[in-house]
Each structure stands twice: as C-alpha cells, then as structure tokens.
Design a protein around this ligand. Sequence first.
Ligand code: AGP
Length: 610
Amino acid sequence: MCGIVGYIGDRPAADVLLRGLQRLEYRGYDSAGIAVVNGNLSVHKRQGKVNDLKAALSNVAVEGTLGIGHTRWATHGFPSDRNAHPHTSSSGDFAIVHNGIIENYGALRERLTEEGYTFTSQTDTEVLVHLIDKLRKDNGLSLEEAIRQALRVVVGTYGIAVVSSEDPDLLIAARKGSPLILGVGEGEFFLGSDAAPLVEYTRQVVYLNDGEMVVIRRGGFEVRTIDNVPLEKEVHELEWDLEQIEKGGYEHFMLKEIMEQPTSLENCMRGRIRLSENALRLGGLIDVMDQLRSARRIIIAACGTSWHAALVGEYLIEAFARIPVEVEYASEFRYRNPVLVEGDVVLVISQSGETADTLAAIRAAKRRGIPVYGVCNTVGSTIARDTDAGVYLHAGPEIGVASTKAFTAQVTVLAMIALKLAEGRTITEAEMAHYLRAMAEIPEKVRQVLELDDQIKQIAQVYRYASNFLYLGRGYNFPVALEGALKLKEISYIHAEGYPAAEMKHGPIALIDQFMPVVFIAMKDSTYDKVITNIEEVAARKGSVIAITDHGNGELDRLCEYVIRIPATEEFLSPLLTVVPLQLLSYHIAVMRGCNVDQPRNLAKSVTVE
Ligand code: AGP
C-alpha cells in the first residue's frame, strides 16, 4: 500500500523521484521521502503529501543521479517525519525504502537493540536496515549479499529499494508479496511499485517476481533469486501511455474514469464480441474453457468493489450456465480452511492484481490442487502471473482510489464468461446473438446515462449534508446497491449501507425517517413490482427516496423525491447502467463536502498488506 521509486542514470534523480512519487500517491499519502547519492547520502522526508515534500525542497539543491523514494500508507507507526521512509543505517551510509510488512520485526528489533542498535522510528522497516548493517559488518559481506541474507531472515512481505553512498553506481531492489517493476531506458533504469512512474520515460519493463532481487548499474542489470540463482528475465512492452495516466482535463481521476466508461467498455469487449460471426471469444480462457464448463462449482474470491462484481458474476453464471457459484471475501476464504474438492474451480477478481488477501486466496486454492483463473486489469501484475489463466479487463489504468470503470469492466467480463459457459448448452444461437447485440449497445447507453450528470449533481446538492444513506436493490442490482453504498462511504465519509430491498423489513426499516435518504434501483424488470412495494413502505415512513429506473410511468414520480431515468437494457446487463448514477452521486457529494476524492483518508488504491 505504499509506493516506491528508484532511479539510476544521468538525469537529476530528485526530479525523477518526486515526479514518480506523485504518480504513485494513490497508493498511500501519509508521508513521503527521497534519498539521493552524491558523494554522501542526501535524505529528505516528511509527513504529508509529496507536494509538501516538494515545497520543502524548493530551495534545496539535491544533486545526484542515483536515488530512491517512498510515499507511505502507514502500517507500523503513525504518520510522522520520523516514521517516513527512506530509513538509513546507523552510520548513514545506505538507505532503504520498503513497501510491505515485516511480521517478525518485534523479535528482530529486540535482538538488534540488545546488540546496541538504536531505533529512531516505530517502523518495521528500520529493523531491516539495521539487520542488513549487522550482517554486513559481522560477516564482512557486500551490501548486495547482506541484503540477500537479511531477506532470508525476515518473515512477511517486501518490495524494497536500496542505495549506498559508498557506491554511486549501484541500485538494488527486491520483492516478495509487494509489486516492483524495473523500467529499462537508454543507459538509465527506473523502479516503480507499478508502471505509473515509469511510463513517461520508458515502456520497456521487467516484472520482478516474488523472491527475486535485481542489482542495477548504469551499464545494465542482473536478476537473481534471494538464494543467489541467476535468472533470465524477459523485457516487456507496456500497454499504457502517459496520456492514460494524466487526468485529461478532469478535476479528479475518479471523474475521468467514470466518464471513460463508454470507451473502457468498448475496449473490454473489443475482439471478444464479434457480432458479424455471432461469436464470443475469450482468448485467455480458451485452454481452460472445458475445465470451467465441467466445473462442479465455481468459487469467486475478491475484495471490495471486486467482490461486488463477483456477486453479479454469481447471478450471471448461475442464470446462464447453471453452474453453482459461491462468492467469498478473499480475506475470509484464505483463513477459514474451506472445503474444496476435485471439480471445484476458483476465479479471482482484482483491478490492481496486487491485493494481498486475493493473492493469498490464490495460494490457498493452489495448495489444495484447485485451478485458479483471474479477472484482472493490470497487465503483468502478480495475480495475473500467479493464476493459471484469465481475462484482462483492458479498462486502462485506474488511478482513483474509488474503483469505477474497473467495476463495470469486471461485470462485462463476467457476463461474457457466463455466456461463454452457456454457449451451445443452455442458450440457443439466437439467444446468444440477442445477448451479444445487447452487450454491444451498452457503451452508447452508458454515454446516455453520463448525460444525466447535471441532474445528479443537483441531487447531490440536496443530500450532501446527510449523515446516513441506504441503498436498496434486488436481483442483479442488489450488488449494485452494495457498490453504491461503498462508493459513497469511501470518498464522502458518509455512513451508507446496501441491502437487498426485501431485507429492509427485517430490520433496516427501523432506520427510516425524514432524515434518511434511500436510493432504490427500480428497473422495470422481474423484481420491479416488489421494489415498488418497498418504496411505498419507505415513503409511508417519510423516507426520502431517490429512484434509478428505466420506467417512464408516473408511479415513481408520485412516490419519490427524485427519479433518475436511464436507458433500458437486458436485466442481466442493468448493473452496467444503474451503477453509473451512483458513481456520479457519490463523486459530487464528496466534492461538495471538500473531500479528497482521489485520495480518500485512510485508504489506498492497492491493498497489498493484510
Ligand atoms: C473500491 O472502490 C476500493 N478501492 C476497494 O474496495 C477495492 O475494490 C479493493 O481493495 C479490491 O481491490 P482490487 O480490485 O485491486 O483487488
């Protein structure tokens, strides 16, 4: 959940590092710091955002063309200057930045303290610094070998970068459980927790895997395992470009990504839905489609918004392919010793491809011999590489912490998987043709929903001071109700809950009064009449109802404070349209409340810690 960068070449390292940290700030923004080598080690770090660090350095000349940087999401030790990274050895001759958690740091800290090491921070990272220092001095090891030995001692996760004042042509990095990418330039190299800080300089990248360490000099790099086994690594071409990383004129990444959804959904379906051939092609699953079709049960594991998409996937796959599906929070699945038997298949969903709990769910399934497939947005991410097969979203980089276009792309991929599993078995060719045409129409319909932005902004004006919200939906739109509630609470800090609409009478209806805004998803589908009944129950108790519907009749106008009318579509595709007003409503309320929409408090884009 932190962001780390590194640079070695002939540019001013401080500029490269600070720009890179700004592109990684969505991963954590409690504190930031850099360490630059120029004869000595010049370390500058402080609590706050990267801009605060930049301001502090505006009158400071930080010379040097080798360095590392860090933007922090606090795990051990509250945000402060002292706990900010980089952390330096006692002698101040080398510095380290770390993303991850060292689980045995307590015992190590105790042992190192007994041996005379003094700690200036409360972080687990500082333990690693002193351990490297100790191993180097006690055994006369090179820095590289001391790091290798230290990483064999620590338990937990790490993505680290290390520089030393003793060698101006040496940048070392290693990873286990936290992402790290090497950017390959002309006589220069870049490190990043993901591709965002690299893409403006190079699109040639090397993905490091767990247990690998890279030693970088201006003339080249060498990758070995932590056990010192040399490795040949392939250089890949990044799909992203700089324009995709920038805000593109929008005030926030989140708004840009909401507005991008027609395009991201077109990209998600491109080459996969082929109307002229009435064909649906998921290249990443071709080799395992039979295994999926014959699955005794499909278990979908994910977190947060991706878990909401998984719930839609359950309804889709069971409705179309009649294969039993169970949805699990990855964080629960990994610890509860689930019963998995031959014929089970696990599907994981992750935008970042680095979520620690989801990664652990993969390993829990693989330990039991269960095949694991992935639905992921980040090419080359750990989840993409740890799964046996999968489907990329092709939604483009999602920078805003609140997931939006990834959700609609995930639901789209799950709909394609459901139809693919049903093909030739539980649906006819004519039905497939009809469903594929309906899917192909979705991007234009999302564009129509986005045109309601002004109406939704006005509604946000009315409800921006609310303290609580309820979101209610049925069927395919029950998970959308959950997603709408999550969007609102995570960026506006208003408490919000999502429920199946029918569940309200089993408790939540006690909350209804004139101060409780209730958002209903009331599409004219198989559950519409029941939803109307629920709306009447809320209206009878003076609840303030906002309805999302495709229905034109006056019934809803009579019952609701506000009605947001969106285009109609097939029931199974309605989440792709009903979620968009909820994304916009949460965005506008959060902006009106002065919240930091792209970097909400306490959150980070990729939860790489457990
Ligand atoms: C959603 O808006 C949040 N950012 C969060 O719940 C996120 O969906 C969750 O952490 C899972 O992330 P992933 O899809 O990258 O695995």
